[in-house]
Design a protein around this ligand. Structure first.
Ligand SMILES: Cc1cc2nc3c(=O)[nH]c(=O)nc-3n(C[C@H](O)[C@H](O)[C@H](O)COP(=O)(O)OP(=O)(O)OC[C@H]3O[C@@H](n4cnc5c(N)ncnc54)[C@H](O)[C@@H]3O)c2cc1C
Length: 382
């Protein structure tokens, strides 16, 4: 269906990115998968297209255009090319907004040029072994001692934590007996700070080119100058930024479901069973027709939500609706597509199997489907 949210500048960016992915990433991608990692050089190379610096002010080496549609294009083009770009999506869609919105001028001068050039890689550490959905239960502490915070605690499931140079850590800086959400702060911990250990890399079902790690903090002394925004205001910052994080997961979900449909159409046209191309079975046509309709419905929802986000009007309930619908659709759509590959669909050498494995986490991270339903129900007055 015709999409109306992109202008010529977006399309030019899309074309440059498409060429870059075709030339630089697609030929290397099986190597990345075998290594289970994206080389650091990828981040500086793609930064030359303005990807990481798009929203960063020119005085800090960026382009100075805050427009989520550029991030959307990155995910759409990656899915189209049949690749995932390691932790780039998390850095762009989830973490960059914290630096852009809450850093002070001194911090901007210190960190934004490196982020724009792809030399400084970032992660965000909210989840803990005992606390995921219920982030107000964070137990990592940051106690002020003179000009430093002393951080103690453990985090888990941290995307890009292994590669990251800067990790935004959600920690408790005070306790309010009435309001559990009060007293949380965001503090930037730099790799190499004594007591900050990057632990086990977790072996995942999918998303094999990005690292997901455990982090531990033992008496880690971090300058007070690394506090992002106001002390004790961390929870409200999370609430503000989670709308974009959730929309971004939904954008990837729809782009990958669309890629699955395209891959499946190619496959069923080639594969012959009982002397007939699989594409000729009525079941195949009906399955792909139904999935295609679901993808287009989700795309319309996404594009509408992106326009609302760009206008600063996407609220948390609508972001939750969009994530819930699009990620559940992704799971159904890719499963139905994979079925049409028969046994080959189960072999991870084929992109459809990787799409299937990668898709499962969309309904979990950034807030589970159940948490999305709770948010939506609350907005209904329930
Ligand atoms: C690959 C991957 C990457 C990740 N990257 C990051 C990252 O970079 N940074 C970060 O901080 N975190 C990250 N996470 C963590 C992720 O956000 C959490 O896993 C997610 O929020 C769920 O938390 P949990 O795993 O503790 O599940 P739990 O909170 O233990 O949930 C267990 C089950 O209980 C259900 N549940 C919870 N609350 C309710 C409720 N109110 N009503 C009904 N059911 C409920 C959940 O839906 C789920 O089914 C990542 C996770 C994965 C798997």
């Amino acid at each position: 269906m015709r999409r109306t949210l992109f202008d010529e500048t977006h399309e030019e960016f899309r074309a440059n990115l498409r060429r870059f992915l075709e030339r630089k990433v697609v030929p290397e991608y099986l190597g990345w998968l075998a290594a289970g990692a994206v080389p650091r050089s990828f981040f500086t190379e793609i930064a030359a297209l303005g990807v990481q610096g798009m929203a960063i002010e020119p005085e800090y080496g960026g382009v100075g255009i805050r427009d989520y549609r550029y991030n959307q294009i990155v995910q759409e083009e990656a899915a189209r090319a049949g690749v995932t770009l390691g932790t780039l999506r998390t850095q762009l869609d989830v973490i960059a907004p914290y630096f852009l919105e809450y850093s002070n001028p001194e911090q901007r001068a210190r960190w934004l040029p490196g982020i724009a050039s792809g030399e400084l890689l970032t992660a965000i550490a909210m989840t803990e072994p005992g606390t995921g959905s219920d982030l107000a239960g964070v137990r990592t502490t940051a106690v002020r001692e003179g000009d430093h915070y002393v951080i103690n605690g453990a985090k888990t499931f941290i995307t890009g934590g292994g590669l990251a140079d800067l990790v935004i850590v959600l920690a408790r800086t005070s306790t309010d007996p009435v309001n559990r959400r009060a007293g949380l702060s965001l503090i930037v911990v730099e790799a190499g700070t004594p007591g900050f250990d990057k632990g086990r890399r977790l072996d995942k079902l999918g998303l094999h080119v990005q690292d997901t790690v455990e982090l531990t903090f033992t008496d880690v002394r971090v300058p007070v100058a690394n506090l992002l925004g106001e002390r004790d205001a961390g929870f409200s910052y999370l609430g503000h930024n989670l709308a974009q994080e959730r929309l971004a997961i939904a954008v990837g979900a729809v782009a990958q479901a669309r890629a699955a449909v395209d891959l499946t159409i190619d496959y069923v046209r080639e594969r012959t069973v009982f002397g007939t191309r699989v594409a000729e079975f009525q079941n195949t046509k009906f399955e792909l027709a139904a999935v295609s309709a679901e993808v287009e419905a989700a795309q319309a929802m996404i594009d509408h939500a992106v326009i609302e986000l760009v206008a600063g009007e996407l609220d948390s309930a609508d972001a939750a609706r969009t994530k819930l619908f699009c990620t559940e659709m992704q799971g159904r759509a890719i499963d139905r597509c994979l079925q049409l590959f028969g046994g080959y669909g189960y072999i991870t050498e084929l992109p459809i199997a990787r799409l299937y494995a990668d898709a499962r986490v969309s309904r979990i991270y950034g807030g589970t489907s159940e948490v999305m339903k709770s948010i939506i129900a609350k907005s209904l007055g329930l």
